[in-house]
Design a protein around this ligand. Structure first.
Ligand SMILES: [Zn+2]
Ligand SMILES: [Zn+2]
Length: 401
């Protein structure tokens, strides 16, 4: 930490700090019919979970009592007095649709960030659907201080792919033959787009220029090279020029260049995906990978396919977050608080789990493994593209583009 910042913090322990968080909502069941939803805020800088909220629109005790009432086995008065006594234990803490859970969770967490953590979540990294962000803005949680939205680079990358595949299907730009917008070409344009954002963090003009460079690079031929804006890091033509060498023929680097007509059709997409307002939200270079990782840890402990009560969801979420923030050894604190003794076997198992996690995170994948994963991912994308062409594009991130 900057010594000046550290000193000012040590002098003023009541200071409220502004941070950027990555927010995401996840549901116990797929689709929008889940009884339980979880909203999580992760600090972008440290990757630690800062706060979470579990919303439940279902209480098993209430459901049972309601059916008893409906069957006429108890009177309205008896039901009301039971309900009064049950209030404190009721598992239902939200009345509304599953979709609205995400927004409600955001509102609750932003509403308590100062009182609970002395933090203001002034930047919110969330996915394309900004309903939770709009709710937070309406809430005005921090007088005189606005909350701004950040965009996840992975989502922008996905939206670019969806938009390219959709225009390829709608305008029949795909298929065989030279100059076509094939599935492979969509993927390479999508990757150029992501690279342009990551290569130019904090430099919107640079990002914009390199985004367009990706398109022009893919349209280039020996006769009409369009590499002026290209980055020598990834462009063979510019690299050769910079080294005073004669560039290779384009056919050696790409078997299929985009035709001028196809390139022109893509111009509106490139205008939309390189707008200043969008690029501004991606200057941080962050993603929601941490949220996605945590979501999978949560639901691995509480499967989406079985019916569960709120207690089970709460246990899964709190244990997942403990191990996400502190590693598997977090369970030792829990055991100590429950006066449970940890045996040597427990300690060894936990140490092994933590070591395995670190080893996996630091592992350098062999070229074969990397190639295999890339091949599998490409195959999945090509298959999806073919399906879309057969069925017509239905729904996907970026359809609004
Ligand atoms: Zn209840
Ligand atoms: Zn180039």
């Amino acid at each position: 930490m900057d010594p000046e910042v550290a000193e000012s913090l040590s002098q003023d322990t009541d200071a409220v700090i502004d941070i950027g968080v990555s927010f995401d909502g996840t549901w116990q069941k797929r689709g929008f019919t889940s009884h339980y939803g979880v909203g999580v805020c992760i600090d972008i800088l440290t990757g630690l979970v800062i706060d979470y909220e579990i919303l439940s629109s279902y209480c098993h005790a209430c459901a049972c009592k309601n059916s008893v009432l409906k069957a006429g086995e108890i009177s309205e008065e008896e039901f009301d007095s039971w309900k009064e006594g049950h209030k404190a234990d009721c598992a239902k803490n939200f009345a509304g649709s599953s979709k609205a859970m995400e927004q409600e969770a955001a509102k609750r967490m932003w509403g308590r960030s100062v009182s609970r953590h002395q933090l203001r979540y002034t930047e919110m990294l969330s996915d394309g659907d900004s309903s939770a962000f709009r709710q937070v803005v309406e809430l005005k949680p921090y007088p005189g201080q606005e909350v701004t939205k950040l965009e996840c680079i992975n989502h922008a990358h996905k939206r670019m792919g969806t938009a390219l595949r959709k225009i390829s299907v709608d305008n029949k730009l795909g298929g065989k033959g030279s100059g076509k917008l094939t599935a492979k070409k969509c993927k390479s344009l999508q990757n150029f787009y992501r690279g342009a954002i990551l290569n130019n963090q904090g430099n919107i003009e640079g990002m914009k220029s390199e985004i367009w460079a990706g398109l022009l690079h893919c349209m280039s031929t020996d006769e009409v090279p369009l590499h002026n804006r290209c980055n020598p890091q990834w462009c063979f033509f510019r690299r050769a020029e910079d080294n005073g060498e004669t560039p290779d023929s384009h056919s050696l680097h790409s078997k299929n260049h985009l035709s001028r007509e196809v390139g022109q059709t893509l111009v509106p997409i490139y205008h939309r995906t390189s707008s200043d307002s969008l690029l501004q939200k991606m200057q941080h270079g962050g993603t929601q990978n941490n949220n996605e990782c945590l979501n999978s840890v949560i639901w691995a402990r509480c499967p989406k396919t079985v019916f569960v009560g709120r207690n089970r969801v709460e246990a899964a979420v709190s244990m997942a977050i403990s191990s996400f923030n502190e590693g598997a050894s977090a369970i030792l604190n829990l055991m100590a608080n429950l006066w449970l003794e940890s045996t040597t076997i427990t300690l060894n198992t936990i140490r092994e789990a933590d070591m395995l996690r670190v080893t996996k995170a630091n592992a350098i994948l062999s070229p074969q493994t990397k190639g295999k994963r890339k091949h599998e991912s490409n195959e999945r994308k090509v298959k999806r593209h073919q399906q879309e062409q057969e069925e017509g594009a239905k729904y996907g991130a970026g359809m609004e583009m």
